[in-house]
Write a protein that binds this ligand. Structure first.
Ligand code: GUE
Length: 342
């Protein structure tokens, strides 16, 4: 999702001999569960099953069920249905897919969805006109401008035009500013980082007092994720393209949030045994065995991580579905707030 590119690993060598993986794992506390007489392959298998896959799909389903109940309670008691407007400019295939998924998700919980599809060569003014219309429309409680925008548009101008009360993406600078300040509360927390924290909570990963590393410092994921972790009382480091010793810092982390957009960048040997890993990356890599010709992988080498971490989010099926669930949650929060519905 994020764009900086700073390491060169493009493959996850899952065919590594398991004895090597075992030695890496063996330095950590999890190895205490196994006597040294166990053969490596047995231990590796046992550790495989002891690492948890964090099932973002099922967490998202759970959250959608909670939202469905709240949406109907709201409709029945005050007759209001939350509404989300999505603006898509251009015809990027991935953006079209995400927007379609968001629309489907809205339908599944009873949220109204409106969609504006503008051509790639639209002017900034045309986009601003749509935003103004949705800003004034009382049936719209959330406005999302799908990113990235075409390069001839000024993203900042456009995002600033969204009324802060409808900024369900949480990208408005005032929302980010409040997120960064102690004792202040943003109106909305950005969906992807919020989903990352939700996954940690729902898997009972403790955050308070833990060392967390966020890899990547984008405005939409890395930076707000670091702020959220800090609000949860973690000790947070941010590793980025100019960090001189990233592996050393990452290896100390109890919690890793990876959001750089580089396939399989984080290797098993960088991971502290027992760490919890939230992998935000969604990177297409060539795969002749897939009907599409490619498959999606994360920023973390999953096959290596699952042997060393205590829990890992898969890609797909991890952070992505949770992100969409958070968008629905933010839309519901917005509708409740404007109608003073508790
Ligand atoms: N204004 C704005 N807000 C966003 O929240 C926003 C955006 N722009 N631009 C693009 C990124 C990306 N993003 C995703 C959401 C869900 C999945 C998702 O559900 N992925 C599935 C399926 C992936 C697939 O199969 O294609 C999964 O990971 O399991 C992925 C990516 C939201 N973004």
């Amino acid at each position: 999702m994020a764009s900086s590119v700073f390491f060169t690993h493009s493959h996850c060598y899952s065919s590594k001999p398991s004895s090597l993986v075992f030695r890496q794992v063996g330095v950590g506390p999890t190895s205490l569960r196994f006597s040294s007489s166990h053969v490596a392959s047995v231990a590796a298998m046992a550790m495989d099953s002891s690492a948890k896959v964090i099932d973002g799909k099922s967490v998202a389903k759970q959250i959608r069920d909670e939202i469905t109940a709240e949406v109907s309670r709201m409709r029945e008691s005050i007759g209001v249905i939350p509404g989300l407007a999505v603006i898509l400019v251009g015809d990027r295939k991935d953006s079209a897919t995400y927007v379609r998924n968001k629309k489907k998700a809205c339908e599944s919980v009873g949220i109204n969805s409106l969609e504006a599809n503008l051509p790639e060569d639209s002017t900034e003014e045309e986009v601003l006109n749509y935003i103004a219309g949705y800003n004034d429309d009382p049936s719209v409680h959330g406005i999302l401008v799908q990113l990235p925008l075409p390069s001839h548009m000024n993203e900042q101008n456009i995002l600033n035009a969204v009324r802060i009360e409808k900024d369900v993406d949480g990208f408005h600078p005032l929302n980010i500013g409040r997120l960064a300040m102690r004792g202040r509360e943003p109106l909305f927390v950005p969906c992807t980082p919020k989903g990352c924290i939700e996954l940690l909570h729902r898997y009972n990963a403790s955050i308070k007092g833990k060392r967390a590393v966020v890899i990547g410092r984008s405005n939409i994921v890395g930076m707000p994720a670091a702020l959220l972790l800090q609000r949860e009382d973690a000790t947070v480091s941010i590793v980025h393209s100019r960090t001189s010793n990233p592996e050393e810092i990452i290896r100390q982390a109890d919690i890793i949030i990876a959001a750089v957009g580089q396939a399989n960048m984080v290797r098993g040997s960088w991971i502290k045994p027992g760490a919890v890993i939230i992998d935000v990356g969604i990177n297409p890599v060539e795969d002749p065995n897939s009907p599409r010709g490619y498959k999606l992988v994360g920023d973390v080498c999953y096959e290596e991580a699952i042997r060393i971490a205590s829990a890992v989010t898969p890609v797909p099926g991890g952070v992505g579905p949770t992100t969409i669930a958070m968008l629905l949650q933010n839309t519901l929060i917005s509708a409740k707030r404007v109608h003073h519905f508790e």
